[in-house]
Write a protein that binds this ligand. Structure first.
Ligand code: BV8
Length: 230
């Protein structure tokens, strides 16, 4: 049975009410990425960074998964073959929408990380700079988020999934951030059928065999219905 590998970006959470990054009123319009999503920014102004993620953690707790998240969960539950969701998003809407095999390649708002000993634990809703690590007690807690210049998580496992994909779908991602933007090329090399779900062509749109244009809550639901009726 077909193995389906899905990459999601901020666009899948847009209809739940979470801001994307590159919309004109999006997250990067309000903050310089260098200030809030880099290790250097964290060293320079840890309170600015911790508060940026506190705000996003609080907002993520107030919104609900949308039909696109739920459609992917139904696909995982009912499709005979393996379904893997690789998400660039740090919200937990895939899990709350019912998906189980979710890989957060850029970390998660729900996680905290010790910059001193690499210990990980569930993040408090409100983190503060200098919070102590529950394991080594160093005042070195940080959001468990992969910032620019840091290595995304589980890269070996991600590339194994891409190398064995029969179908690769990218949903709601502008294709500006690597290595995620390079996944479609890996999937094509593996012979997968590639589809892009977006409101417009992404920066890597030309590399996809098929495009489904429109809001993910509609295009992904239609796609899952098709896949499950085969
Ligand atoms: C790394 C966590 C190396 C933070 C994020 C070439 C190769 C390798 C690296 C690089 C390279 N060139 C440059 C780099 C460095 C850099 C990079 O890619 N820079 C870019 C800006 C050029 N990459 C990195 O630094 C990565 N690390 O490469 O490490 C390394 C090697 C050895 C040793 C150590 C390190 C790490 C990148 C991760 C950064 N962290 N997130 C946070 O969330 O706050 S990135 C962040 O931005 C997101 O996670 C996501 O990845 C990205 C946002 O992108 P999208 O999700 O696509 O969102 P966006 O708003 O852009 O687009 C939304 C889309 O949805 C749009 O297309 C829109 O049309 C669509 N949409 C909207 N509404 C809907 C919709 N679609 C459907 N329905 C709707 N309703």
């Amino acid at each position: 049975m077909h193995k389906i590998v899905i990459l999601t970006g901020a666009g899948i959470s847009a209809e739940s009410g979470l801001e994307t990054f590159r919309a004109e009123d999006g997250l990067w319009a309000q903050h310089r990425v260098e200030d809030v999503a880099t290790p250097e920014g964290f060293v320079r102004d840890p309170k600015l960074v911790v508060d940026f993620y506190n705000a996003r953690r609080a907002q993520a707790a107030t919104v609900e998964p949308n039909a696109a998240h739920r459609a992917l969960a139904r696909l995982e539950a009912e499709h005979k073959g393996e379904v893997i969701v690789i998400t660039q998003n740090v919200d937990d809407l895939h899990e709350r929408g019912g998906s189980r095999a979710v890989m957060h390649m850029h970390g998660s708002l729900k996680g905290a990380l010790c910059a001193a000993c690499d210990h990980r634990w569930p993040a408090a809703m409100v983190m503060a700079p200098g919070d102590p690590c529950p394991s080594c007690a160093a005042p070195a807690a940080r959001p468990d988020i992969v910032w620019f210049g840091e290595m995304p998580y589980d890269m070996d496992a991600l590339f194994d999934h891409l190398a064995s994909a029969d179908i690769f779908g990218a949903i709601g991602t502008s294709g500006n951030v690597y290595p995620a933007a390079g996944f479609v090329a890996e999937a094509r090399r593996a012979g997968a059928h590639t589809l892009e779900f977006n409101l417009e062509r992404s920066s890597v749109g030309s590399q996809f065999a098929e495009h489904r244009t429109g809001p993910a809550s509609q295009t992904v639901t239609t796609w899952v219905d098709e896949l499950l009726s085969r």
